[in-house]
Design a protein around this ligand. Structure first.
Ligand SMILES: *Cc1c(COP(=O)(O)O)cnc(C)c1O
Length: 415
């Protein structure tokens, strides 16, 4: 008979673009006893979470709540609920996750229009606006922080242009939420999807989303309540009902709103986790949290460069929480990555598509984004590179990172 031992996972330093290390406070919150989904003690937790999510999204939108499922469940819920068969959707693609948006919209029968740029680039906002004017779509779906390439697409002008043209903007901010500015209201974005396992430092399994009345109006027009819970006030003849039941935002709204209409059973422990995660984010303060991400980003970039390596995304549109390192000529990227994991317990990421085998991606997100992790990844990478035959500037990486931290500390004293 096989005896299955008690779960005992190795302790890792996770420096990838997700999942990253969960905040210990979040893990503790997850062991809180279960409550029923209509228990007033639980619905209060739901309301508090909505309130905190609004603050993280920097929005006054009424609707801000999590979808149960990984981040792509949030993408799928918004796209499926908004996009009806035949609707025109414009998707600018600059990496893997733009392709994912396309895939989801396509499966909903959308009429897809894409513009593409090389992986490693982003779009000039005017280029997107020009495509919006040409295509006149109902929806623009776009990624904010493209983790596959380590690039971040500016969106302030695009959001405004969509508003003026009556186009719904849907933004994948999975990688950027709680790590850098995602100004939902100021940039006039209509629906924004965040992630938990990245800068939020909550385990994977939920996707916080927010959307405004413009989106809500579309949902109302497509709303069809399940027969078993329907009442006389609910419409039954709907032209294009939302195709998914699970991801039907019009019904989910009725569970997150005062009607508390039964839908699926809320993921109790994950909600505890998200609530604590949001509390941690707001306690630190958004500005301070964004500054922390930028500080450790700088230490990683300077450290890597001091070692003699080059960066793939040393560009003005760099995604602050992901640093992409060009794998040196003649070095087996996967051998270095395995050694980092096996010998040092440190995980970094490879990439996808055209960048596979060409770059490593070092993430510094949420709870993983801290000084000791930065020193660990730089030291481990240097050692693994030397062991794999690379010629590097020995000992320089940690000195460069230390310089960044000491300079930042001195500047803080002077302020
Ligand atoms: C990680 C990521 C996703 C997918 O998230 P899952 O939780 O794996 O579903 C989507 N978009 C972006 C930009 C991401 O970085």
């Amino acid at each position: 008979m096989t005896v299955y031992r008690e779960l005992n996972t190795p302790l890792r330093t996770i420096m990838t673009p997700g999942p990253v290390e969960a905040d210990p406070r979040v893990l503790r919150a997850m062991s809180t006893p279960i409550l029923g989904q209509f228990d007033p003690a639980f619905t209060q937790i739901m309301n508090e979470t909505m309130d905190m999510l609004r603050q993280v999204f920097q929005t006054k939108n009424h609707w801000a709540f999590p979808i149960d499922g990984t981040s792509r469940s949030g993408l799928e819920a918004v796209l499926t609920s908004v996009v009806a068969p035949g609707d025109k959707v414009l998707i600018p693609i600059f990496g893997r996750f733009g392709h994912l948006l396309t895939e989801i919209a396509e499966r909903n029968g959308a009429q897809i229009h894409t513009i593409e740029t090389e992986w490693g680039q982003v779009f000039d906002q005017d280029e997107i606006i020009e495509a919006l004017e040409r295509v006149k779509p109902k929806v623009l779906a776009i990624v904010h922080g493209e983790t596959s390439t380590g690039c971040m697409q500016p969106l302030d002008k695009v959001g405004k242009a969509c508003r003026e043209m009556g186009i719904i903007s849907i933004v994948d901010a999975v990688a950027t939420i709680a790590g850098t500015e995602v100004k939902v209201d100021e940039w006039q974005l209509d629906a924004v999807i965040g992630g938990t396992q990245k800068c939020f430092s909550v385990p994977s399994g939920m996707a916080p989303i927010t959307y405004n009345e413009r989106v809500e109006k579309i949902l109302s027009s497509r709303k069809k309540v399940e027969r078993g819970v329907r009442t006389a006030e609910d419409a039954v003849d709907v032209l294009h009902p939302i195709q998914s039941n699970y991801f039907d935002l019009s019904q989910l709204q009725d569970y997150w709103g005062p009607r508390r209409l039964n839908h699926h059973t809320e993921a109790t422990s994950m909600l505890y986790a998200l609530r604590e995660g949001a509390r941690v984010v707001l306690e630190e303060g958004l500005e301070a949290r964004f500054a922390r991400h930028r500080l450790h980003e700088k230490a990683i970039m300077e450290g890597v460069k001091a070692m003699g390596l080059t960066l793939f995304n040393d560009v003005p549109w760099k995604l602050p929480m992901v640093t992409c390192v060009n794998i040196p000529e003649g070095i087996d990227g996967e051998a270095v990555r395995s050694m980092l994991l096996e010998q040092f317990g440190i995980e970094i990421a490879s990439s996808f598509g055209p960048l596979h085998g060409k770059i490593w991606r070092i993430g510094a997100m949420g709870y993983s984004c801290r000084k000791e992790n930065v020193f660990a990844v730089l030291a481990g990478l240097e050692a693994a590179l030397i062991r794999n035959g690379a010629v590097v500037q020995r000992g320089e990486a940690l000195q460069a990172a230390l310089n960044v931290y000491e300079t930042a500390a001195a500047e803080k004293v002077m302020m």
